[in-house]
Write a protein that binds this ligand. Structure first.
Ligand code: BES
Ligand code: MN
Ligand code: ZN
Length: 507
């Protein structure tokens, strides 16, 4: 879909459909909606008076204006979208209604549409912010992963709508609207890259493929990338990460990408570390069969990390951003590590592998070790780490664990800005003891209680005093359309929150 911004009269656009809006409780529409109402003989206000149009959030009314029903009015359809109550209206509201309208335009087979900028009138949102949320919602809401359907034809023409024009009658607002749209394209484009990676099946997206995708993103963005092989990781003494890879025929790939936004200040840095298990069978501690296919998404943290770099390279925050993804499969082949094995992580800590299915924390231990040995000043790791996180927070929030109040507050704020909610969880000294081992420095499981917290404590051992946030996205990476701009399947969460954090830190 092509997005553009024009100054002009919304009623005079040469498009197939016009999109206007209405807040709940408004019976005499103003602004662009009022202008369209007048142009089509008061049809909108009379449907309000009749009680058909109520302005409820997400309600879409299609008024057909075909032929010369109304003199001088070219479009064949007017869509009136309800914005709900004006006092609760925010960026998430704009994203939601925009996604709903975009999908409706597709089912209506509309080629071109013009819209007013939801929320920038009586909604009271800054026009730039509103345009950004509108564009993000439309792009994200139209996403589908259909590449493997060859016989069952999609019900709707997925090239529609081909164009969406944001119209403002105030020419002084155009630069702001354009800036908002451009930023939305960077944020949403990255999120879609992450969704594509998560949706790919594990026979296609193995560590080598993930490294190829990362290499493509790095070269497009003019970023440096290095991909370490098993021998390199062994030389760096990454025993925990290498141990996880031993049961797989797919070679591991340790991916490190660098965006240099403040070359003179290497300490002004952020390390984004994503869990990259391209398939998690559990290893020798094999998972049950039910739902195991979802474990193709066990690289969602890595996907978000890699994809965020795509937008960071475009938006250029003044900050150095490093991305690490220690990619591997977790498989039960003959060379696989066993429960009870002891491995040594980079930096020398010994770990008793009590359960080979607690593999994410093992790979993250060495990814963090690598970051610290390269001068990391802030670390954010993102991982589909624990089933316990699904139980604790469900799909409403990603869980955050941190040793640094400031950094975690910034992370939570970034998630809020982008509609990717994050909730802080505790790291208390009581549950920390659950990771004690009888024979090593640490054990990779913490027993029955507080599974997400003990996993986070484990990773925290490797972060040490470096400001660090761990995001457990086990429930938020894939889902059943929690938000209107997240269709069922891979959500891309928290790609946009990560980009926002980098922008906030580097502004
Ligand atoms: N990748 C899983 C966690 C997961 C579960 C993500 C469900 C998404 C949905 C992780 O590697 C895992 O298997 N964790 C174990 C840890 C346990 C063995 C201590 C878990 O949560 O059961
Ligand atoms: Mn596992
Ligand atoms: Zn896993």
């Amino acid at each position: 879909m092509e997005l553009s911004v024009v100054t002009g009269d919304i009623t005079a656009q040469a498009v197939n459909a016009i999109v206007v809006n209405l807040f709940e409780g408004v019976d005499a529409p103003g602004g662009g909606t009022g202008a369209v109402d007048t142009a089509i003989g008061g049809a909108i206000s009379s449907l309000i008076a009749d009680g058909e149009i109520k302005g409820r959030r997400g309600e879409v009314t299609v008024i057909h204006t075909i032929g010369d029903t109304y003199a001088g009015f070219a479009p064949d359809r007017v869509l009136v979208v309800g914005l709900g109550k004006s006092k609760n209206f925010d960026m998430d509201g704009v994203r939601s209604v925009s996604a709903i309208v975009a999908r409706r335009l597709r089912t209506l087979n509309v080629e071109s549409a013009a819209t007013i900028v939801h929320g920038s009138g009586i909604g009271g949102l800054d026009p730039e912010v509103a345009a950004e949320a509108l564009a993000e919602g439309a792009i994200l809401g139209l996403y589908r992963f259909d590449k493997y359907r060859t016989s069952s034809k999609p019900k709707f023409d997925e090239t529609k709508p081909a164009t969406l024009v944001l119209v403002s009658n105030d020419s002084s607002k155009i630069p702001a609207l354009e800036a908002g749209v451009a930023r939305a394209q960077a944020f949403a484009g990255a999120s879609i890259s992450a969704r594509d990676m998560v949706s790919e099946p594990a026979n296609v997206l193995h560590p080598t493929k993930l490294a190829e995708i990362a290499t493509g993103i790095a070269s497009e963005g003019g970023m440096a990338i290095e991909v370490l092989e098993k021998a390199d990781c062994e030389a760096l003494e990454m025993g925990a990460y290498v141990g996880v890879s031993l049961g797989s025929h797919q070679p591991l790939k340790f991916i490190h990408m660098t965006y240099e936004g403040d070359a003179g200040n290497p300490d002004n840095n952020l390390w984004i570390i994503g869990k990259g298990i391209t398939f998690d069978s559990g290893g020798i501690s094999l998972k049950g069969g039910a739902g195991m296919g979802a474990m193709k998404g066990d690289m969602s943290g890595g996907a978000a990390a890699i994809a965020s770099m795509q937008a960071i390279a475009t938006l250029k925050p003044v900050l150095n951003v490093h991305m690490v993804c220690a990619a591997t499969e977790n498989m039960p082949g003959g060379g696989a590590q066993r429960p009870g094995d002891v491995v040594i992580a980079m930096g020398g800590k010994s770990i008793e592998v009590d359960n080979t299915d607690a593999e994410g924390r093992l790979t993250l231990a060495d990814a963090i070790g690598f970051a610290k040995s390269n001068g990391a000043k802030r670390i954010v790791d993102i991982a589909t780490l624990t089933g316990a996180m699904v139980v604790a927070l469900g799909m409403g929030h990603s869980g955050a664990f941190s040793n640094d109040d400031e950094l975690v507050d910034q992370m939570i704020a970034a998630g809020h800005t982008r509609g990717e909610p994050i909730w802080r969880m505790p790291l208390d000294p009581i549950t920390k003891k659950q990771n004690r081992s009888d024979i090593a420095d640490l054990k990779n499981t913490g027993g029955r209680g507080a599974g997400s917290i003990t996993a986070a404590h484990f990773i925290g051992e490797f972060a040490g005093d470096t400001p660090w946030v761990h995001l457990d996205i086990a429930a938020t990476n894939m889902g059943r359309s929690v938000h209107d701009w997240e269709p069922t399947g891979a959500t891309g969460v928290p790609t946009r929150a990560l980009i926002q954090l980098a922008m906030d830190l580097g502004s």
